[in-house]
Design a protein around this ligand. Structure first.
Ligand code: GLU
Length: 452
């Protein structure tokens, strides 16, 4: 059986690093099993969904390195949902209910007051055709509930009905269908809740593994029942722990700075974001892996822990820094050119250890070209001697060593007293990349200008 997975975001906002975790887990799982990855937009809610968000989600995934083998839209598949609903109705498994939200709330309160679980009592099943006509004549429109297979002859008397599934991330799971209300599949205005379209799609698209956040565990029992009612075997399920803030709060779509688009804008490397998104809350260490292929090598569906995956966005800086320090010139050449940074490979190798993000190379390029020398009065004489000892060009990585040896000879200074005034004069800063590497980039003419 070849593997097919899907990532099914609602295009009602930007995706954040927590959504990226789900997307990446699906993509890595597909890659590991030579399977297919479907990007499926859960966009049945026409009012809240937008093409702009869908486009942005595609861009965000591409930025992460996640390419979909197919893109599907629920908004193009209403006919399939209608046909599935019709089949369920014909089988007596989808029944109309007329209670208003207020009425349902009152029922709930009564049940709770009597110490009973607030499960829908199925009273709508007792309505005669006449009752329904009367209710509809009053202007009521029914919503439709799926009759869960949790009874033995009499739906008014649910009996313990255990469903089990071997969750590929959490191990054996059990749900008692008698503990659940018959779920509403279709609202009174005719729109679909998420449940039916999702199951119909998973069947039609031959999804073999549903991998998603553990906030969906409670939906799984109902969905397994619905697969059965529609004559299909359920897929395998895997529920991963959700990323939360350090204080344990969930990430909402509104948490702007952690949206993928914003992390990209802030200059983080996609693989730093992907590494943090996937490796947090697993049994392994959180490391910056250089690309998704490396992450796939690490990925196991059993590696996710059961507790919340708390993460600190500041960890991204460290991961990013480690990636940047290892990056070859070829990997950044285009980006440096876009930032109008010159100096080629020697410049990149000189500065990469001093930056956390590729874009920060600009600051050092600016220093190569336009540093403002800092010169202490007491060092003026020393710098005059240094000027006299400055070798002729061509310069290379050995020039700094030859020059400073000559200056030491000439002035008797050594260590910090020798190097710091030169660094301050050449770069305006008391720290930075190796001067042996920067000096040839600064060049003799600019060096002379900065020493006086
Ligand atoms: N649209 C749902 C969500 O984003 C998909 C859930 C699922 O994967 O089944 O939560």
């Amino acid at each position: 059986m070849s593997v097919t997975v899907r990532f099914a975001p609602s295009p009602t906002g930007n995706i954040h690093i927590g959504n990226a975790r789900t997307a990446l887990i699906n993509w890595l799982f597909a890659r590991k099993h030579d399977g297919r990855f479907i990007l499926r937009f859960d966009d049945t809610d026409a009012e809240r969904s937008s093409q702009e968000f869908a486009d942005q989600i595609e861009r965000d995934l591409r930025w992460l390195g996640v390419e979909a083998d197919a893109i599907e839209r629920q908004s193009a598949r209403f006919e399939s949902y209608r046909a599935a609903a019709e089949r369920l109705r014909a089988a007596g498994l989808l029944y109309p209910c007329y209670e208003s939200t207020d009425e349902l709330e009152r029922k709930r309160k009564r049940q709770l007051a009597r110490g009973r679980p607030p499960i829908y009592d199925r009273s709508a099943l007792n309505l005669t055709d006449d009752d329904k006509r009367t209710l509809e004549a009053e202007g009521r429109h029914p919503h439709w509930r799926f009759l869960l297979p949790n009874f033995d002859g009499d739906p008014a008397n649910p009996v313990r009905t255990e469903y089990h599934w071997a969750d590929i991330m959490r191990g054996e799971q059990t749900v008692d269908l008698a503990s659940l209300s018959d779920p509403v599949l279709i609202r009174a205005d005719g729109t679909y809740l998420y449940t039916l379209p999702s199951v119909v799609d998973d069947i039609d698209m031959a999804v073999t593994h549903v991998l998603r956040g553990d906030d969906h565990i409670t939906n799984t029992g109902v969905q397994i029942a619905l697969f059965g009612a529609l004559g299909a075997d359920p897929p395998e399920f895997g529920h991963h722990n959700l990323l939360t803030t350090v204080s344990g709060e969930g990430l909402s779509k509104r948490l702007g700075s952690l949206s993928i688009a914003s992390l990209a804008d802030q200059g983080y490397e996609p693989s730093a974001v992907a590494s943090l998104a996937v490796l947090t809350g697993t049994s392994g260490p959180i490391e910056a892996l250089e690309d998704l292929a490396a992450l796939a090598g690490r990925f196991e569906s059993s590696m996710f822990t059961r507790s919340a995956a708390k993460f600190d966005p500041h960890e991204l800086d460290g991961l990013n820094r480690r990636l940047v320090h290892e990056m070859d010139f070829a990997a950044v050449a285009e980006r440096l050119a876009l930032l109008e940074i010159g100096g080629g490979e020697p410049f990149w190798l000189a500065v990469r250890d001093n930056i956390s993000k590729v874009s920060e190379a600009s600051q050092w390029w600016h220093i190569v070209e336009h540093a403002r020398p800092v010169i202490a009065e007491e060092d003026r004489g020393f710098l005059t001697s240094a000027t006299k000892a400055l070798p002729e060009e061509p310069w290379d990585a050995e020039t700094w060593g030859r020059w400073t040896a000559a200056v030491r000879e000439e002035t008797g200074r050594k260590g910090r007293a020798l190097f710091m005034p030169l660094r301050l004069a050449l770069t305006g800063l008391d720290h930075g990349p190796e001067l042996a590497q920067l000096l040839p980039l600064i060049g003799r003419e600019r060096t002379l200008g900065r020493l006086s």
